[in-house]
Design a protein around this ligand. Structure first.
Ligand SMILES: [Zn+2]
Ligand SMILES: [Zn+2]
Ligand SMILES: [Zn+2]
Ligand SMILES: [Zn+2]
Ligand SMILES: [Zn+2]
Length: 340
């Protein structure tokens, strides 16, 4: 099942079910629910299942017996398992085993985004029972270790099987020797490594989790060796190329590098020179151009980057917003004084 879409994507791409009032022009199928006793769910609902993320899919399976059976018995829906917010913090090794067992050993894509409870043993058990997995996305699964990931990739590499994608950024303590061991199991000959290097990886594009539909455009492995500090890290490119101010400021021939070596704008991914670095409420860096375009807090006049704004601000009214920091500082004080 393609459960790779974010709620936003699903809203755009998943089939929309017309309201019970039926279609307005009569030329398409009539979706009007017959009056009387509640019956079987409309068959269109079963088509929707393949587009739902795990959280919604599991909720749907509790709606009625036929939906529960449809979710449970159709292996196709479970060939891609993507767990992200809001289920990520609750996903344990045991629940992961249960979820992946739905695929009957045929799981192809395992994407666990920021699933902090998943351990090396949990991952190992899943790959042991699903030898066909060819894409693993486990960014910021902070309980995993480099040694555990190498063991899992090695297990999957038996009998000539090869992973197409491995994303591991945010797993702690990945050293050069771990990176090289991982690369030795990946389908990366010299030409592919060169091609991966030439394909620009931009900070602003990377932070949107991929829909996993078009994996050919993803790098085989998301980490690399930073050309500046020589550490294993995500190595980003600059979208500004010749016009990059930082490149001119530091007289660089190339401004490719990890986020520790080159400060980058969270919104556009461009390098940020010292005189154009702007403050955001979140800890992210913004360039002056992007800073100008974002809505600001009514009190401190700082913006959130778009990602953090989406997470924190449910609705942005025309009267603006008050950021978390100011809310604690000013609004909290105000309530306290009123109570006094
Ligand atoms: Zn670096
Ligand atoms: Zn920018
Ligand atoms: Zn640059
Ligand atoms: Zn503020
Ligand atoms: Zn931010």
């Amino acid at each position: 099942m393609d459960i790779s879409q974010t709620a936003e994507d699903s809203a755009q791409k998943a089939p929309t079910l017309p309201s019970s009032g039926g279609s307005s022009n009569g030329s398409v199928a009539d979706f009007t629910v017959p009056e009387g006793e509640p019956g079987q769910p409309h068959e269109a609902l079963f088509l929707v299942l393949a587009y739902l993320p795990v959280f919604e899919l599991l909720s749907m399976s509790e709606a009625c017996i036929s939906l529960r059976d449809a979710v449970k018995n159709d292996v196709l829906q479970w060939l891609k398992i993507v767990v992200q917010r809001p289920l990520n913090y609750r996903l344990s090794d045991e629940i992961l085993m249960e979820l992946t067992s739905m695929a009957n050993g045929k799981l192809r894509t395992l994407a666990l985004v920021n699933c902090v409870k998943i351990t090396d043993d949990g991952l190992q058990r899943v790959v042991g029972r699903n030898p066909l997995i060819d894409k693993i996305y486990i960014p910021v699964c902070t309980s995993l270790t480099p040694v555990g990931v190498i063991r899992a990739v090695k297990t999957l590499s038996k009998n000539g099987h090869r992973l197409k994608n491995l994303w591991i950024n945010g797993i702690y303590n990945i050293k050069k020797e771990h990176f090289e061991a991982l690369c030795s199991y990946l389908p990366m000959n010299q030409a592919q490594q060169e091609q991966q290097r030439l394909k620009p990886l931009l900070l602003n594009e990377h932070t949107k989790f991929p829909t996993l539909v078009d994996h050919k455009n993803h790098p085989v492995i998301d980490m690399g060796i930073c050309p500046r500090c020589k550490e294993v890290s995500m190595v980003f490119d600059c979208p500004r190329k010749e016009t990059c101010k930082l490149k001119i400021e530091r007289s660089l021939t190339d401004c490719r590098g990890c986020k520790h070596c080159i400060p980058r704008c969270k919104e556009c991914g461009g390098c940020v020179a010292s005189d154009e670095q702007e403050d955001a409420v979140c800890a992210d860096i913004l360039c002056s151009d992007c800073w100008l375009k974002l809505p600001k807090c009514n009190f401190c006049n700082k913006p959130y980057c778009k990602q953090h704004a989406n997470e924190k601000l449910c609705s942005l009214s025309s009267s603006g917003f008050v950021c978390d920091v100011c809310e604690v500082k000013f609004v909290g004080n105000l309530c306290y004084n009123i109570q006094d």
